[in-house]
Design a protein around this ligand. Structure first.
Ligand code: PBG
Ligand code: ZN
Length: 325
C-alpha cells in the first residue's frame, strides 16, 4: 500500500493546481498608492527614509497617476505639503491649496482614477498636531471638528472621490458627513481611519510630510497598541456616524485587529501598510537580507487574508508590476 498522501499535497503539485485552490488573491485592483504632493516643488524630491518614494509637484503627481492607471491601480491617497504652515493649518481648506490643485489636475487628466484625499491638519499646522490647540497646548477635539469639516468640503469641491479623515478626533465622521451633505454632496464617501494606533511605524512619513509634532506626542488621540476591542468599537462608531469604509492602521503589526474589525462590520475594510513597514523591507532588501518582491507579495497577501479588501501601500506600484509578470 502506498504511503498516504494528503489531499493538500496532491493539490500543490503544479502551479495551476496551486492557483486553483488559493484562498486569498492579491490583485492590482485591491491596491491604493499614497502620493505626497508638495506646493511649489519642481523636480521630485526623494524621501531619504523611504527609498523609491518622492515628494512630487502637482504635474509630477499627474504623471505618476498615468503610470498607476496603466498598471491597473484604481486609486491614490493624496497627502499635501503646503509651502507655509500656520497655527490653525489653514492650508488644509484653502481653495488653491496644494491638495485641492492636485485633485483638480489629476481628475482632469485621469478621470477614471479614484482620488482619495487624506484629511488631517498635522501637515498644515506649524506645531504638527492633528488638531487645534488650546492655550494650554492641548488638542481641542470639538474645535477641531469645524476645521476638519471645512477642509473636507474644500477637498470635495475640488473633486475628491473619497474623503479620508486621519486625525482621530471623536465625532469627526459625523461632523464631516453633515458638512458634505449640507454642501449638497451626499454622494461623496468617507473612508475613516477608524483604528489608528499611536505607532512608531509612522516615523518615515513624518519626515516625508514634515509633520512630526513640535512637542508632545499623539497618544492623546491615537490608539494604544494593546487595545483591539477599542479598535472594534471605534470602527462601529464610525460606521454609525456614516463612514463608508473603515480602516485599520498600521497593518502588519495589527493583522488580528484587521480580522476583528472585518468580522464586526459589513462595511469594506481598508488597511494601511505604513511608511515604517515599507522602510523596513526596503532597508533589509538593500542590505541583501530579504528578497523584496517575495516579501512584499507575501505581506500584502497576509493583509488581504486578515480581512482587508483594500490595501494602501507604498509598495502598490511595485506590487502591481510584479503581479503582471
Ligand atoms: C496624518 C497621517 C499620518 C499617517 C497618515 N496620515 C501620520 C501620523 O499620524 O503621524 C501615517 C502614514 C504612514 O506612516 O505611512 N495624521
Ligand atoms: Zn494628523
Amino acid at each position: 500500500m502506498a504511503f498516504p498522501v494528503t489531499r493538500l499535497r496532491r493539490l500543490r503539485r503544479t502551479p495551476a493546481l496551486r492557483e486553483l485552490v488559493r484562498e486569498t488573491r492579491l490583485d492590482a485592483g485591491d491596491l491604493v498608492m499614497p502620493l505626497f504632493v508638495e506646493e511649489g516643488l519642481g523636480e521630485p524630491a526623494p524621501i531619504a527614509a523611504m527609498p523609491g518614494i518622492s515628494r512630487l509637484s502637482v504635474a509630477g503627481a499627474v504623471a505618476e497617476c498615468g503610470e498607476l492607471v496603466e498598471l491597473g491601480i484604481p486609486a491614490v491617497l493624496l497627502f499635501g505639503i503646503p509651502a507655509e504652515k500656520d497655527e490653525q493649518g489653514s492650508g488644509a481648506w484653502a481653495d488653491a491649496g496644494v491638495v485641492q490643485q492636485a485633485v483638480r489636475a489629476i481628475k482632469a487628466a485621469h478621470p477614471e482614477l479614484a482620488v482619495i484625499t487624506d484629511l488631517c491638519l498635522c501637515e498644515y499646522t506649524s506645531h504638527g498636531h492633528c488638531g487645534a490647540l488650546s492655550d494650554a497646548g492641548e488638542v481641542e477635539n470639538d474645535a477641531t471638528l469645524e476645521l476638519l469639516a471645512r477642509a473636507a468640503v474644500s477637498q470635495a469641491r475640488a473633486g475628491a472621490d473619497v474623503i479620508a479623515p486621519s486625525d482621530m478626533m471623536d465625532g469627526r465622521v459625523g461632523a464631516i458627513r453633515s458638512a458634505l451633505d449640507a454642501d449638497g454632496r451626499p454622494e461623496v464617501p468617507i473612508m475613516a481611519y477608524s483604528a489608528k494606533f499611536a505607532s512608531a511605524y509612522y516615523g518615515p512619513f513624518r519626515e516625508a510630510a514634515g509633520s512630526a509634532p513640535a512637542f508632545g506626542d499623539r497618544r492623546g488621540y491615537q490608539m494604544d497598541p494593546g487595545n483591539p476591542a477599542e479598535a472594534v468599537r471605534e470602527a462601529l462608531l464610525d460606521e454609525q456616524e456614516g463612514a463608508d469604509v473603515v480602516m485599520v492602521k498600521p497593518a502588519l503589526a495589527y493583522l488580528d485587529v484587521i480580522r476583528r474589525v472585518a468580522d464586526a462590520t459589513a462595511l469594506p475594510v481598508a488597511a494601511y501598510n505604513v511608511s515604517g513597514e515599507y522602510a523596513m523591507v526596503k532597508a533589509a532588501a538593500r542590505d541583501g537580507l530579504l528578497d523584496e518582491r517575495a516579501t512584499v507579495l507575501e505581506t500584502l497577501t497576509a493583509i488581504r487574508r486578515a480581512g482587508a479588501g483594500i490595501v494602501i501601500s507604498y509598495h502598490a506600484k511595485d506590487a502591481a508590476r510584479w503581479l503582471r509578470t
